[in-house]
Every structure is written in structure tokens, then in C-alpha cells.
Design a protein around this ligand. Structure first.
Ligand SMILES: [Zn+2]
Length: 264
């Protein structure tokens, strides 16, 4: 909440920070009027609706509903529905712009998205040796202990975000070999086997590499070198890679020399 001595009073920033007195509602009102005029000037052009349909389909593939999307785009729900059903094939340029501008971060925590990536994150953390209890604990209230996520088609974005945060922060090797062996025997991939462990533009849309990796995990020492090289190839600094793997930088280098000697 904004305090009385905040320097943002008297500007729209004050309004955005929560002030509802005229000192800040006035500038906000002026801004809205200006942008409305601009929007009307540019946004009333009639254009083909194909980009909207394509974008809605893109979101639908990721389990995001039209309602969540229209709310985030600040549009009436009828507008997009008519475009989807084909009742209309043209719309305002402003509508296209509003729909294309929606990003993951604009969707609220209570909106739903596909559960597949969240599930894959959990399983791959298990395949990396993190026990499920630990994962639940790290995710806190954002992740139900009940295990419903195993069968759910969709989860809330709040849950997906909580799990993504745990996934991003989790060391690439966990302490439990039993958890790793069990998960890998069930065919779950270690995070390093993913084609795309999180492209920033679409954090919840991703596809796992399709080659099965069932079987015994590799010897831990040589795996560490492989993992290390992989991380470095992804642009991670050697120091940070060693940190994520929970190993000493020197020991990785020693191990590599040893492997090379053995190979020659
Ligand atoms: Zn104010």
C-alpha cells in the first residue's frame, strides 16, 4: 500500500500503487482518456481475425481457457467466442493486438493450464534423486500433497509456478538414489534429458525428448562429467555448473582427465 509521503502521489504511478484520492485518480483518468483516444484511432481498423484464432489455439494446446485469456486481454468473452466459432472472421485491430499481447505472466494464479509440464517436472526431479516429500515441502502450499496432480488434466497456474520455482532451484542431483532408480525405471527422464528445460517465452509449453531412457542410470561419476559438459554447452559458467551439480569444479576436471586417460 502507498504511504502518504510517497513521491508517486500526483501521478498515475500513485494510482497504480493503490492511491484512490483525487491527487492520483485525476492523472490516471487523464492517462486513460488519452490512451482511449489513441486506441480508438488505431484500434478501430477492421482486420482478418486469423491471428486471434491461431493464438487462442496456441493457448488451448497449453490448457488455457478462452475465459482466462479474454480476462487477461481485457476483452468481452463474446468477442473471441464469435471469432472462434467462425460467426465472424474479421475483428478490430485492437482486439488482435490485445490477444497477441497476453503473456503467461498476465494470467492469474487461479487460471488453469495443462498439467503435463508440472507432472514432468515432478517426475524428472524424482529421476534426479529428489524424494517426492522433499518436492512437496519445497513447493509449500502451492502443491497439494494429495497426489491429485498425478491424474489431473489441468492444474492452476499457481501450482505450475510453484513447481517451476522448485524445479529451477533444485540441484541437478538429489540425495536419494532409490528415488532416482525407481523414477527412471518407470521411464521418467532426468531433467537433462529434456530437449527444452524451459524456454523463457513459453515456460509451461514444452515437449520432452521422445527417446525412452529406461534402465539403470549411468555411473554417478561419469554422469557428473556429462551433466557438467551439457550445462556448459547451454551457456552456464563452469563454476555455476559445478554448483548446480553439487560437485567441486576441480573434481570434475580431475574426473574428466581420468576418463580420458582410461579411454586412450
Ligand atoms: Zn495520491
Amino acid at each position: 500500500m502507498i504511504t502518504p509521503d510517497d513521491r508517486r502521489h500526483g501521478s498515475r504511478a500513485g494510482y497504480l500503487a493503490g492511491c484512490r484520492h483525487t491527487c492520483c485518480t485525476e492523472p490516471n483518468f487523464r492517462y486513460q482518456k488519452r490512451s482511449k483516444i489513441r486506441f480508438q484511432r488505431e484500434g478501430t481498423q477492421i482486420v482478418p481475425a486469423a491471428p486471434v484464432r491461431k493464438r487462442v489455439a496456441w493457448w488451448a494446446e497449453r490448457g488455457v481457457s478462452i475465459n482466462a485469456l479474454t480476462a487477461a486481454a481485457n476483452l468481452g468473452s463474446g468477442t473471441i467466442s464469435e471469432l472462434i466459432t467462425g460467426e465472424r472472421d474479421h475483428c478490430l485491430k485492437g482486439t488482435v493486438r490485445a490477444v497477441l499481447a497476453v503473456r503467461w505472466e498476465h494470467l492469474p494464479d487461479h487460471a488453469l493450464c495443462g498439467a503435463d509440464l508440472t507432472r514432468a517436472r515432478v517426475y524428472s526431479m524424482m529421476a534426479a534423486g529428489h524424494p517426492l516429500d522433499w518436492i512437496c515441502e519445497q513447493a509449500g502450499e502451492g502443491f497439494p500433497k494429495s497426489g491429485v496432480w498425478r491424474s489431473q488434466e489441468r492444474v492452476t497456474l499457481g501450482t505450475a509456478r510453484a513447481l517451476q520455482a522448485v524445479y529451477d532451484a533444485a540441484p541437478l542431483e538429489g540425495p536419494s538414489r532409490a528415488s532416482a532408480v525407481k523414477a527412471r525405471n518407470k521411464g521418467h527422464d532426468h531433467p537433462l534429458a529434456w530437449d527444452d528445460p524451459g524456454v523463457p517465452a513459453m515456460p509451461f509449453g514444452w515437449s520432452p525428448r521422445r527417446t525412452p531412457t529406461i534402465g539403470r542410470p549411468g555411473r554417478p561419476e561419469s554422469t557428473a562429467v556429462e551433466n557438467f559438459d551439457w550445462l556448459v554447452s547451454q551457456g552456464v559458467t563452469p563454476a555455476r555448473a559445478a554448483e548446480r551439480l553439487g560437485v567441486q569444479l576441480d573434481s570434475v576436471r580431475d574426473k574428466r582427465r581420468q576418463l580420458e586417460r582410461r579411454a586412450s
